[in-house]
Write a protein that binds this ligand. Sequence first.
Ligand code: 5AD
Ligand code: SF4
Length: 440
Amino acid sequence: MTAPKKLFIKTYGCQMNVYDSERMLEALAGQGYESTDSAEDADLILLNTCHIREKAAEKVYSELGRYKDLRAAKPDLKIGVAGCVAQAEGEEIMRRQPMVDLVVGPQSYHRLPDLEARARSGQKALDTDFPEDDKFAALKGRGPKAKRGPAAFLTVQEGCDKFCAFCVVPYTRGAEVSRPAAQVIAEAQDLVERGVREITLLGQNVNAYHGAGEGGDWSLARLIRELSKIDGLARIRFTTSHPNDMDDDLIAAHGDCDKLMPYLHLPVQAGSDRILKRMNRKHTAESYIRLIERLRDARPDLHLSGDFIVGFPEETEEDFQATLDLIEEVRYGSAFSFKYSTRPGTPAETRDQVPEDVKSDRLQRLQALLTRQQRALQDAMVGREVDVLFEKPGRMAGQMVGKSEYLHAVHVTADDIAPGDLRRVLVTDSAPNSLAGTLV
Ligand code: 5AD
Ligand code: SF4
């Protein structure tokens, strides 16, 4: 038997890329590959790239530069670029950086075995198609018996039809497509059989899910209700959502579906209606706040998370204040915030830009407020009990780390906890980014 070949995948960007990287490894397992954590050991290096923010391609070039010596020392080493930068700029990358043997987009990586074989035979292999065939149906599955950690991602929907004026996703990932419900349920069952207890359903617009199912298209709420019937699956989460796709049943599910966790990532991006309109968000600050109220009526302890962009073209100080006001009103448990950066080919690219120093100043003020809120909500957990799904050992001896239902990282020191255990914990301490506690 020949020795297994080693695959090193470096993953950038969102959780969907994390999921895709796992499946790329699977796709190549049939070619005799197994995964390695070190580029030095690799026979194939894949960069699974993200295109969402500035200078994505430059980051790829500088990362590729780091493999120059490796490649010189090991001529058989093949190097590939995958993900959204590959989709958008793959041909250019191949031209500019001759070291790249293989380029594969997010919709065609089920063809990796063939692409790898072509690269091995000395050809350049590029595939950035949006194929007709179903990538997920073509992927062979995870192979017999491979055990998994307690928490897993499962992509159920890809692409986006929303066309927010700042965003490249509709161009790189294409139109919204949902996986058939039966396919998702089968994959979830398979994950649970491998030890998974928590599944996060992923999609660029996951709450727009409309996969074919029994009796017609299923909504995300319907899918979640069905998945919650799987024995052994303890927790379900989903991300990322658009406010306009939050339907009544999904709101209700937060109140009546025990396995759906009380944490919701619901980006609003900005708090000024003028800017929201310019962003093509198709909702107002007021409609977002009303939606949050309905969600909190269904689930009073819901922790909210969001994405914010500061310095979108034409944003005034007054517009920015409206974002701060919205944040004050909503109270976020966590959030991601960014300075607007122009993305090629998007409608906002050519508009009047806000000066860089103004963006930096606004980002600092916004993050200070979000950090204060996050800390206050987290500190308020001290003295309360949470359910923790333990995932792995912590950095200190005897310590285990897991996630609360609200997605806080929680540290507990005890010698009778194993990964996959779901235990009640009394929170005793709040550190900047985690909680500590004792078993109840
Ligand atoms: N500039 C800054 N942030 C952006 N995002 C998407 N496109 C841009 C851009 N051009 C942010 C949005 C989105 C998150 C994933 O990335 O907040 O929700
Ligand atoms: Fe991008 Fe807007 Fe679609 Fe989210 S909803 S992926 S921000 S276009």
